[in-house]
Design a protein around this ligand. Sequence first.
Ligand SMILES: Cc1ncc(COP(=O)(O)O)c(C=O)c1O
Length: 403
Amino acid sequence: MFFSERIKAMQTSPIRRLLPYANEAKKAGKKVHHLNIGQPDIKTPDEYFDAVRNFKVETIAYAESQGLVELRDAIVGYYQGWDIPYERDDVYITNGGSEALMFAVMAICNPGDELLTPAPFYANYNAFAQASLAKLVPIPTKAENGFHLPPAETIEKLITPKTRAIWISNPGNPTGVVYTAAELETLASLAKKHDIYLIADEVYREFTYDGQKFHSLGHIKDVLDRVIMVDSVSKRFSACGARVGCIAIKNKEFMGQILKLCQARLCVSTLEQVGATGLYKTAKSYLEDVNKEYKARRDTIYKALKGMDGVVCEEPKGSFYVMVKMPVDDAEKFIIWMLQNYDVNGETTMGAPGAGFYAAGSGLGQNEMRVAYVLKQEDIVKSMNILKGALDVYPGRVEAIKA
Ligand SMILES: Cc1ncc(COP(=O)(O)O)c(C=O)c1O
């Protein structure tokens, strides 16, 4: 049968691809600690469930394609709290941040166009770009520099007539980087100079640690017409299954183009939007408590990883992931081996293979694994003990770690 170039170009998700091995382990009676996926175990606020319960209608109708006005206004209020000056017409609701990212790429890229993004990057950026036959061009970053951006000249050399945007996740998945105001200013001036967009994926905005101040591309007034802001309730309110996000920009022409995509898919689930409107009424203390919990989890996981012989990683400053270099021949083989062969008292653990967080075919990330610290601390401690034990006896262990 025939398949399009775009679907053939797409890769399977490195975050989900190895799940059949986890399912086999579970069938064999093992408990698997899932550190492979950013699915937090934190309770979703009651405001979500209350709003859904109290929504009494006889017919569950389509919502407006742009999203429920109440939700868009609630998000505008939330942005004002962060000094990001959006108004209702600047914000459309999407099926998670994922749909917002897909819409953004579809709206600005022709086949063969290029999108610059710091590598390693969120694995699904590959898929979103490939689905539009666009090309991700990695901006190399190093663990030793905390995955911060290289100098402006290095980034500028990567810009070509086909470049449409610089695309960042801030705070970063999978690196945990939190960009400085100066870095964002650099990106803004490059975007202006070369007349390109900036895609600002800020779904982890609340997740910064050690007193790191969060700076948004939405704070730089003179580029607001080229900053495509992407957001989501998934991580912020631990509501991944609600599938509610948004796309925002101060650019009427851009929103007019995006509206065509919103109208074609009719709307986002009306009921989920009602629940999400409730979420934005959650007390600020919820987000503060969640932040404290993640900081404690970050500290626990980082300490455990640092204590493992041959393991190299940097302390993440934001989001809830850490990229870990391991003394193994191949991280994917190691993860599969662990699911099939290694447990401690019937429990094993699973990370995501690092190669999928780099540009396809780059050969990078072979010995890396992304770990999501989304489980409660006692489970993190157990998972790290399991990982340490597995690394000690893995037949493909190597002595010197590859850079
Ligand atoms: C950096 C980043 N952006 C976007 C998303 C998409 O999230 P959702 O579609 O659940 O809003 C994720 C999910 O893990 C993510 O890590």
